[in-house]
Design a protein around this ligand. Sequence first.
Ligand SMILES: [Zn+2]
Length: 240
Amino acid sequence: MPGFREHITGSTIVGIGYGAAAWYVGEVPPLTCLLGAGLCSVSGMLPDLDSGPGIPMRESVAFAAAVVPVMLLPRLENFGLPTEALILVCGVIYLTIRFGVTYLLKEFAVHRGMFHSIPAAAIAGLTAFLAFASQEPMHRYFVASAVVLGFLTHLIMDEIWSVKLGMFGPKIKKSFGTAVKFLGNEAWANIVTYLLVVILGALAASDASVTERLSVVRQQVEQASRQYPNTPPLQPIYRR
Ligand SMILES: [Zn+2]
């Protein structure tokens, strides 16, 4: 099984490629590319959150606790909250993720359970999509895909490492097929996972339609302002 370092290296390389490609092809601004590359890199350690207390769990939970409130800031500002409330809300989100999520992971996560699965990758992507409230719909898809890509990189690396080249051709370890999968062994874990996919998917879809509509309105306003530029103020004409 690849360790923490291999996973982070793999997803960082994929993230840099993803960000660079988006930057090269155009349309995506460099800052968004950088955010995508970073999130892809970090997402490479997400699936191993189920491996119990250790570096992946401690680091990714601490990272998420710090980054999620910042990603939610534009959204919270839309509510028109005063600065004091913003700080309090961010603090509560931080503590909930830092301690609440750690508790849940310690209690319920089974190694190579549903955390190592395709629907879990979808959950991670949908969460990123909901948390990252960009005005540009394309940027949201780009950032959410970065998380899914990092997650999948981890799963695929797990599978690649479970095939070892022996003297007589490739040898397959027992762990083969436990990373890239759609269903786990526990029924309740499968139900919870797919329920989350459906709920988050519905939330993301309704949210996406709102942002799409907003961006269409914004484009129309921009177009209108281009079509009807403000008439320059008339110069007073003085007659002699
Ligand atoms: Zn793994």
